[in-house]
Design a protein around this ligand. Structure first.
Ligand code: GAL
Length: 424
């Protein structure tokens, strides 16, 4: 962990340079108990709209506490994690930061950077309102260290209905598997669509590969990658790498430089047929004024039907947090029924609370609520649930390199080496 934190801290200058300006105004003051400094990467666009919805409920519930927005721009925390690592190393923690449930959170716990929230859970009854599978991903050695705000699904294809219809493809029918989807991508291309599939920067590439791994290995085979039960040079992984390489043949040429929202926008604008993205994309479609089922639709990435590729954002209480009580108040808002409803409707995600009412949510989220309840849940790689920060960093670099050189055997070797390093 030390190593990965130093690497992240080394990259922190870049993260800080890109730091989003805080819309929450003020400067943190350790002597003012009525403040809470909240660190996220929800700095702009539809993600900021989600955060604002949560802050609105917080301001209603705790009108005396000033929310200080310490967001750092960059999807999936691509800059925020480095900036955070440097603050933690400098002993200057924000009161609370966004961390993914699962392996990523475990990194921070093992590094001793978080306070145990077990008694907060007991006092506020939170053990009874979240699903067991989620509580397990937040718990380390019997203690729990963060409060979830939402659950996102990462194996979703966002489909522009008119682009497909014009090419004679039925947008409502998901292709059965990767090969069938690649045949449709080919058809789209042949009909004159230059960018059948839109793609963005490195973490979105890793997320696409993760989707193909789930499709080709199945839920159990994919989950085995994180325990060592599935070998990274197995035929299934090689098949997935081959499919992934074929998919890259259909993407926009400027993919390496695009953040997720710019890549999703290509589909929103009708200049691509498909984008594989987590369901924060729902918020972007809604904010562009598009209607689910008419302008766009979604299905599970071909070959992953029946699987929910899971991630959850959660909020911590740091060791040395200057405003401990105000942070607990923030965590109370996040976990409240009102906070979860306002946030998740705006964010495209589903509530972590089990007492939420599905019919309160828009049609897309209803599909995700159903899938989370019925499907096999696997952990997302690109969003911290499956692998430690250093392991996913190694995979991400290998995937980014493949985007440039398309060398399948060197990608497989790099994936094997990354797993050997992480699993020992
Ligand atoms: C994920 C995060 C989501 C969303 C997305 C894009 O890692 O969990 O809430 O923000 O990144 O930035």
């Amino acid at each position: 962990m030390r190593n990965s934190l130093s690497i992240l801290a080394g990259a922190a200058a870049l993260g800080l340079a890109l730091a989003g300006c805080s819309a929450g105004g003020g400067t943190p003051d350790a002597n003012n108990a009525n403040q809470v400094e909240v660190f996220t990467w929800w700095a702009s666009g539809s993600e900021k709209v989600g955060l604002d919805a949560l802050v609105k409920v917080f301001n209603e519930q705790y009108p005396d506490i000033e929310f200080i927005n310490a967001s750092v721009a960059g999807g999936a925390g691509s800059n925020a994690k480095a900036a955070l690592a440097s603050r933690l190393e400098a002993n200057d923690p924000p009161d609370t930061f966004q961390a993914h449930a699962g392996a990523e959170l475990t990194d921070y716990i093992n590094a001793g950077q978080l306070q145990d929230l077990s008694s907060f859970y007991a006092e506020t009854g939170l053990n009874d309102v979240f699903p067991k599978s989620l509580l397990e991903r937040l718990t380390v050695n019997g203690a729990i260290y963060s409060v979830p705000s939402n659950i996102h699904r990462a194996n979703v294809v966002w489909v522009n209905t008119s682009v497909l219809t014009k090419a004679g493809i039925d947008p409502t029918k998901a292709p059965a598997d990767m090969d069938a989807w690649i045949a449709d991508l080919q058809k789209l291309k042949a009909s004159g669509v230059d960018t059948p599939l839109s793609l963005g920067t490195e973490w979105t590439q890793m997320q696409l590969l993760e989707n193909v791994l789930i499709a080709d290995l199945g839920a159990d085979g994919y989950s085995g990658l994180w325990t060592g039960d599935t070998k990274w040079d197995s035929d299934g992984v090689k098949k997935a790498v081959d499919h992934y390489g074929q998919l890259l043949g259909f993407v926009n040429s400027d993919f390496a430089g695009l953040e997720w929202d710019a890549a999703t926008q290509i589909v929103i604008d009708g200049n691509a047929g498909y984008n594989v993205m987590g369901d924060w994309a729902e918020a972007a479609f809604v904010q562009a004024g598009k209607t689910y089922g008419t302008d766009y639709t979604t299905w599970a990435t071909p070959g992953t039907d029946g699987v929910f590729d899971f991630l959850a954002d959660s909020f911590t209480l740091t060791k040395g947090a200057p405003h401990e009580q105000a942070t607990k108040d923030w965590l109370t808002t996040i976990s409240s029924a009102e906070g979860q409803k306002a946030f998740n409707i705006a964010k495209g995600s589903i509530p972590a609370r089990t007492d939420a009412v599905a019919s309160d949510y828009p049609p897309y989220q209803q599909t995700a609520i159903k899938s989370f309840a019925e499907d096999t849940v696997v952990s997302s790689l690109a969003h911290g649930a499956a692998a430690s920060i250093s392991w996913s960093g190694d995979i991400s670099s290998a995937v980014g390199k493949f985007g440039a050189d398309r060398d399948a055997s060197s990608l497989v070797s790099a994936l094997v080496a990354a797993a050997a390093k992480a699993l020992g």
